[in-house]
Design a protein around this ligand. Structure first.
Ligand SMILES: Nc1ncnc2c1ncn2[C@@H]1O[C@H](COP(=O)(O)OP(=O)(O)OP(=O)(O)O)[C@@H](O)[C@H]1O
Ligand SMILES: [Mg+2]
Length: 248
């Protein structure tokens, strides 16, 4: 069965897109068929993989995704590009249960050829993130190791739990990921302790170090594995993939 990850955090700049792109590429390199759907109007995942933002978002138009899919440099990884204007899709889903149902059904149907589908979400818990959550089997929360890391988490979890309760199919906490981990800073350990105390076992053992190679890769349209295969960032994302695949 397809595993669908919603990569969400209402905070901006915590490593959602970086994680979505790296995880999608890593899973594809392990041999799985992977789809990354860009749901963020910033379209960072789209440009980071060398794709082109679309004039209308593919999930808003109601036509087959095949017309929009972009084959990335990674053989098994396809991208459903994003759109910079999301007015159409917000309008479509807002208080319109029929349209929301249509999109939801399409997302489920179009996920079938893949083993993994990942949604890169905007930094909010609004309609788009909720749509992705309702179409997902797992929610993955990247948390940046910084002073305000825990702020707003309780409200975010409330939204996630509400969707979990309303949804007939299973949605689980697929994991909490510590990103931009700087082993030279006391603050990093303080944040790690707080996050592990709060979330317990669902925090991944793997942490993602702060690494320039990770931040440079998207400007070359490449995942970190292809841009800097020996970097610490590439190694950490490989470990994360193994943890997710249960091979660690
Ligand atoms: N491990 C890392 N090491 C160094 N820089 C990183 C790392 N992870 C992410 N970054 C950088 O931090 C910035 C924010 O990362 P990213 O875009 O993945 O966050 P985001 O949560 O998707 O942001 P937004 O909420 O705006 O969508 C980017 O410039 C990215 O290159
Ligand atoms: Mg992003």
């Amino acid at each position: 069965m397809v595993r669908t990850f919603c990569i969400a955090n209402r905070k901006g700049g915590v490593g959602k897109t970086t994680t979505a792109v790296s995880l999608a590429a890593g899973l594809a390199k392990s041999g799985a068929r992977v789809l990354l759907a860009d749901l963020d109007p910033q379209c960072n995942a789209t440009s980071g993989l060398g794709g082109e933002p679309q004039p209308k978002h593919p999930i808003a138009v109601g036509e087959p995704f095949a017309d929009f899919l972009f084959q990335t440099n990674v053989p098994n990884l396809q991208l459903l590009p994003g759109c910079r204007s999301f007015a159409s899709i917000e309008a479509l889903t807002q208080d319109n249960p029929e349209q929301t149902k249509r999109i939801h059904e399409q997302l489920q149907q179009e996920s079938e050829p893949y083993q993994f589908v990942l949604f890169d979400c905007p930094p909010s818990m609004g309609h788009l993130t909720q749509l992705a959550l309702s179409a997902s089997t797992e929610v993955l929360i990247p948390i940046q190791c910084e002073f305000f890391a825990m702020e707003g988490l309780v409200q975010m979890i409330e939204v996630i739990k509400k969707i979990m309760d309303a949804k007939p199919e299973k949605l689980e906490f697929g994991g909490v990921l510590l990103t931009m981990y700087d082993a030279g800073l006391d603050l990093t350990y303080e944040v790690e302790e707080q996050v592990r105390d709060f979330f317990g076992e669902i925090v991944f053992k793997t942490v993602i170090p702060r690494d320039a190679a990770v931040s440079e890769a998207p400007s070359h349209g490449l995942p970190v594995f292809d841009y800097a295969p020996r970097s610490r960032g590439a190694r950490a994302y490989t470990e994360l993939c193994m943890e997710i695949l249960g091979d660690d």
